[in-house]
Write a protein that binds this ligand. Structure first.
Ligand SMILES: [Zn+2]
Length: 853
C-alpha cells in the first residue's frame, strides 16, 4: 500500500511548491518556463541531413547498419586528446574532477586495464568531447560481431530472439550509466570514474562474472560545458534533461544514439540534489506508451536495491545531515511522474530499457551553496554525494549481475509486443506492492500513421523534417511507391507510412499520438504534459486506426526524399509556413535579394533571383511556387532583432536566420544603440519599470515607428508598462501546459497555420482597443487537447475561461509602434516547429509596418 505522504522529506520550498496550485510569479522570467517543482531545481540540421547516420530499416540481423567498427573487439583503446588545464573549471572548488583531468585518467585506465575502452561520441555545444567508456571483459572481433548480431536480432526479430539459446547463454546485458547531464550536479561523473577504476582492476569473482555477462557503458559527463561553467544548462543555455523529444542539442543527439546503438536493458541518470536521496520509479501519471508491466517490476526491484546499497553506507541525519532514500512511486502521491519522455530515463525505455531511474544525490553543493558555503563543507558534502551515487551504481550492477537474462528477456518481450502489434496491455493492480488503479495508463495504438504527399500535405518541408526526426529516433518509416487507399482516404505515391507493427512502436506513438488530457487524474505535474509532433511540427499526419497494410506498396527509407524545387520561369512565391522557409528567406535577404512581403504569409521573389532561389531550395528543401499577377508589397530586409529573451527563444530565432542581439534591462540602461535594430522581441529579462529615464527615452524614440513582438508574462507586462496595445492580459493557471485547439484568423501572422498551438502558463487578451486585430483565438471547445490544465483554487484560469479568447493579437499604436503579442509559446524549448513561423512572420510584419520603405 502506498503511503500517501505528501512529499515528506523534500526540502520545505519544494514541498510547498508541490502543494500549491503554482501560479507562476508575475513577470518573473523563469516562472512560466519551468515547473513549480523544478526537478531538483531546472539545429535542426537542414533538410534531409537530420537523418540517423545509422538507419535501421530492414528486418533481419543486418549488421551493415551497426555504427561501430565490427572488425574490432574489446578493448577499443582510444588515445584521447588531453585538453589544456583550466584553473577556472567549477569542479575544482568542490574537490571534484575537472573536465580537463578526465581524458588523462581515461588514457591511463586504458593503458592499465584490458577491460576499459573509450570512444568519443560527439562534442558539446562549446566543442568539448563527450567520452563513452565501455567496461567489459575482453572480446575478440568474432565475439564482438556475435554480440552485435544478437543485439540486432533482439530488435529486428524479437520472436526469434525469445527462443534463441545463444542469447540466453551468452548475450551480454547492456547497461547505460549517464553522469552529469545537469552540469552543476557534478558528482555523478566522479562516481562513474570511481566505478570504472574499481572495475578496471578488481579481481574478485563477482566483478569477473559481471564483466563476462554485461557490457557497461558510461557517459562520463553528458554536459561538459555545464560542468566547467558551473551551470545546469549546456553552453547553448538548454536544460538537456528536457530535450529528448526535440533533440535540439548535440549532446542529446549523442546520448540518443548511444541508447539506440547499445540498447541498454537498464539505465541510470545521476542528478542532485534531493535529501533524502531520491530514487525512481516515479509517481503517476505513467507514460501510456510504455510496456509498464515489464518496466515497473524491474524498476521497483532495482530501486529497492539501490536504496539498500545507499543505506548500507551508514550515513545518518544526525551526524551527516543525510536522510534516508525516498522512492516517489512508493512514498509520494504525485508530482514526480514519468509522463513526458523529455527526461533521459523516461526516454530510454522506448529503446528497450526495462528499468531506468533518475537518482538525486542528497547534499546540495550548487547555486547559493556553491557561493556561500565554506570550501571544507562543500567538499564534505561532495564526498558523501560521490559515495551515494557510487552506491546507486553498485546496487544497479548487482541487480544486473543477478537478473541479467531476465532483463534481456523482458526487453525482447517489449519489442515482440510492438512487432506483433498487440494492443496496449492493461497492467494488473498489485503487480508490485502499491501499484493501484491510479497507476494504470494505457493507450490505443493506431494501425499506422500516414504522412501524406501531395496536396494533402500542409508542408512538405515539415513532413521531411518529421520523417527524418522519426528515423533519427529509430522509428521505421516507409515510403509508398504506388498510390494507395487506407482509412477511407486515397494517398499518392511518395506518402510516408509508419507501420505501427514495429518493435519500437512505443517510440513512434509517443512522438505522433495526440496525447491525453490528464488534468482529471492528477493535480500536480512535474513538467510538460503535451508535445505531439503531429500537432506541433507543422506537417499533416493522419492516424489510421484500423486497416490492412497489404495493399500498400512501400519501401523502407533511411531519410526523407528531397523536397526543394523552383519553377522554371517567372517571379517566385515562397510561403512562410515552416522554419526552413524562414531560413531560406533570411538567406535570400542576406544575399541581397529583393523579396517583397505580400501580407498573406508569403514573400515574392523576382525572377532574376532564380539562381539564389535554387540554391536555398536545395539547401533547405523548400518549394517555390510560380507567382501570378502583378508584383507588389513591401520590400523586405532581414530584420535585425534586439531580443530580451530566454535562451531557447534566441536559439530558435537564430536557427531561422535572424540577426539577434541579446538585450536586457541592464544592457538598455547601459546605453543601447537602437539604430542597429528593427524589432524588439520581449519574453524575458526586460522590466520596463526598472529602466532609467534615459533608457526609457531612447526606447520611446525607437517605438515611434518601431516594432515589438512580445510573449508570455514578461511580454504582457512590457506591453502594459510601455503603453503599447490596448489589451488586458489574463493569466491561466501558471503550471498549465499542453497542446491546444486554436482558430486562426488567416492574417499575416497565422494564415495557413495548423489549428493547434502550445501553451505553458497560457495567456489571453481581453478588452481590446480599436487598433487591435485578433490573429488567433482559443477554440470555442476544449481548448486543451493534451496536457494538464486545471482551473485555480478560486475556479479561475482554467481552460473553460479561455474558450474563444484571443491568443495572438497585433496592432499599430498611437505612436506608430507595430506590436504583436503572443499568449502562446510558439518557440518553447525549440520544440513546436510548426509554430515558429508565426514569430518569424510577426517580426517581418512589424518590420514592414514600422519604418516601411
Ligand atoms: Zn538534475
Amino acid at each position: 500500500m502506498r503511503r500517501h505522504l505528501a512529499y515528506p522529506l523534500v526540502g520545505g520550498a519544494v514541498a510547498a511548491a508541490l502543494l500549491l496550485p503554482a501560479t507562476a510569479p508575475a513577470a518573473a522570467e523563469p516562472g512560466p518556463r519551468r515547473s513549480p517543482v523544478a526537478r531538483e531545481f531546472g539545429n535542426g540540421p537542414e533538410r534531409n541531413t537530420a537523418a540517423s547516420p545509422v538507419p535501421k530499416q530492414r528486418l533481419g540481423a543486418d549488421l551493415s547498419r551497426y555504427p561501430w567498427d565490427l572488425t574490432r573487439g574489446y578493448p577499443r583503446r582510444t588515445v584521447l586528446t588531453e585538453p589544456p588545464e583550466n584553473p577556472s573549471d567549477a569542479s575544482i572548488k568542490l574537490g571534484l574532477t575537472p573536465y580537463h583531468a578526465i581524458a588523462p585518467m581515461l588514457n591511463d585506465l586504458q593503458r592499465r586495464s584490458d577491460r576499459v575502452s573509450v570512444e568519443v561520441i560527439g562534442r558539446s555545444h562549446q566543442g568539448r568531447e563527450l567520452y563513452l567508456v565501455t567496461v567489459t571483459a575482453p572480446e575478440s572481433p568474432a565475439q564482438a560481431r556475435a554480440q552485435a548480431a544478437m543485439r540486432a536480432m533482439i530488435e529486428d526479430d524479437p520472436a526469434k530472439a525469445a527462443r534463441d539459446p545463444q542469447i540466453k547463454r551468452s548475450y551480454k546485458a547492456p547497461v547505460f550509466i549517464n553522469g552529469n547531464i545537469h552540469g552543476n550536479e557534478w558528482e555523478g561523473t566522479d562516481a562513474v570514474l570511481r566505478t570504472i577504476e574499481r572495475l578496471a582492476t578488481a579481481q574478485d569473482a563477482q566483478t569477473r562474472e559481471l564483466l563476462a555477462r554485461t557490457r557497461l557503458y558510461f557517459n562520463v559527463t553528458a554536459n561538459p560545458d555545464g560542468r566547467v561553467n558551473g551551470t545546469r544548462v549546456n553552453g547553448a543555455g538548454f536544460d538537456m534533461n528536457r530535450d529528448f523529444i526535440t533533440a535540439s542539442q548535440p549532446e542529446v543527439r549523442s546520448m540518443r544514439q548511444v541508447m539506440i546503438d547499445t540498447q541498454p536493458v537498464v539505465m541510470l541518470d545521476l542528478h542532485g540534489y534531493v535529501n533524502g536521496t531520491l530514487v525512481e520509479p516515479t509517481t503517476p501519471p505513467h507514460g501510456q506508451n510504455y510496456e509498464y508491466d515489464l518496466f515497473i517490476k524491474n524498476a521497483y526491484a532495482n530501486g529497492l536495491g539501490m536504496e539498500a546499497a545507499i543505506k548500507a553506507l551508514g550515513y545518518t541525519p544526525e551526524r551527516d545531515g543525510v536522510h534516508p532514500p525516498q522512492i516517489p512511486f512508493r512514498d509520494w502521491e504525485e508530482g514526480w511522474d514519468d509522463w513526458p519522455p523529455i527526461f533521459t530515463p523516461q526516454y530510454a525505455p522506448f529503446h528497450g530499457a526495462v528499468a531506468s531511474h533518475t537518482v538525486e544525490i542528497p547534499l546540495r553543493v550548487n547555486n547559493a551553496d556553491y557561493t556561500d558555503q565554506p570550501v571544507e563543507e562543500l567538499r564534505r558534502r561532495a564526498k558523501i554525494n560521490i559515495d551515494v551515487a557510487a552506491a546507486a551504481i553498485a546496487g544497479t550492477l548487482s541487480f544486473v549481475r543477478e537478473r541479467g537474462p531476465q532483463l534481456v528477456a523482458d526487453q525482447i518481450e517489449m519489442f515482440r509486443r510492438g512487432a506483433a502489434g498487440e494492443p496496449s496491455k492493461r497492467v494488473p493492480e498489485g503487480i508490485v506492492p502499491g501499484f493501484g488503479p491510479e497507476d494504470v495508463y494505457t493507450t490505443t495504438f493506431p494501425r499506422a500513421y500516414v504522412i501524406p504527399a501531395g496536396s494533402g500535405q500542409r508542408s512538405e518541408a515539415a513532413a521531411a523534417r518529421l520523417v527524418d526526426h522519426l528515423i533519427a529516433n529509430d522509428v521505421r518509416v516507409q515510403r509508398a511507391t504506388r498510390p494507395f487507399r487506407l482509412g477511407g482516404k486515397d494517398y499518392p505515391a511518395g506518402s510516408y507510412v509508419v507501420d505501427m507493427h514495429q518493435p519500437k512502436r512505443g517510440m513512434a506513438n509517443v512522438l505522433l499520438e495526440a496525447g491525453a488530457d490528464i488534468s482529471p487524474r492528477v493535480d500536480a505535474m512535474y513538467d510538460i504534459s503535451g508535445w505531439s509532433l503531429a500537432h506541433l511540427w507543422g506537417a499533416t499526419v493522419d492516424p489510421i486506426p484500423r486497416g490492412d497494410l497489404k495493399g500498400v506498396k512501400a519501401r523502407p527509407v533511411s531519410a526523407a526524399a528531397p523536397t526543394g524545387s523552383v519553377p522554371p520561369s517567372g517571379d517566385l512565391v515562397l510561403r512562410l509556413d515552416d522554419p526552413k522557409e524562414v531560413s531560406a528567406l533570411n538567406e535570400l535577404l542576406g544575399r541581397g535579394v529583393q523579396a517583397r512581403w505580400t501580407g498573406d504569409g508569403s514573400v515574392r521573389i523576382p525572377a532574376s533571383a532564380r539562381p539564389a532561389a535554387r540554391a536555398v531550395a536545395d539547401r533547405y528543401g523548400v518549394r517555390f511556387a510560380r507567382a501570378s499577377g502583378p508584383g507588389g508589397g513591401t520590400v523586405l530586409r532581414r530584420p535585425r532583432v534586439a531580443a530580451a529573451a530566454s535562451a531557447d527563444d534566441v536559439f530558435s530565432l537564430q536557427e531561422m536566420g535572424f540577426a539577434v542581439t541579446p538585450v536586457s534591462t541592464a544592457t538598455l540602461n547601459a546605453g543601447f544603440d537602437w539604430s542597429s535594430v528593427d524589432v524588439l522581441y520581449v519574453s524575458s529579462g526586460l522590466n520596463h519599470g526598472q529602466l532609467t529615464a534615459q533608457a526609457r527615452r531612447a526606447l520611446e524614440d525607437f517605438l515611434a515607428g518601431g516594432g515589438v513582438v512580445a510573449r508570455g508574462a514578461t511580454g504582457a507586462s512590457f506591453n502594459a508598462a510601455a503603453g503599447l496595445l490596448t489589451a488586458t492580459a489574463v493569466a491561466g493557471r501558471g503550471d498549465a501546459n499542453g497542446t491546444v485547439s486554436v482558430v486562426n484568423a488567416g492574417g499575416p501572422i497565422t494564415g495557413g497555420s495548423a489549428p493547434y498551438s502550445f501553451v505553458y502558463s497560457p495567456r489571453w487578451f481581453t478588452d481590446l482597443g480599436p487598433e487591435v486585430t485578433v490573429e488567433q483565438r482559443f477554440a470555442g471547445q476544449g481548448p486543451l487537447i493534451a496536457g494538464h490544465w486545471r482551473a485555480g483554487a478560486d475556479g479561475a484560469g482554467g481552460p473553460e475561461a479561455a474558450r474563444g479568447q484571443a491568443t495572438v493579437i497585433r496592432g499599430v499604436d498611437e505612436r506608430g509602434a507595430a506590436v504583436v503579442l503572443f499568449g502562446t509559446e510558439p518557440l518553447f524549448r525549440n520544440h513546436p516547429k510548426g509554430l515558429f513561423p508565426q514569430v518569424a512572420r510577426a517580426l517581418l510584419w512589424t518590420a514592414t509596418q514600422a519604418g516601411g520603405d
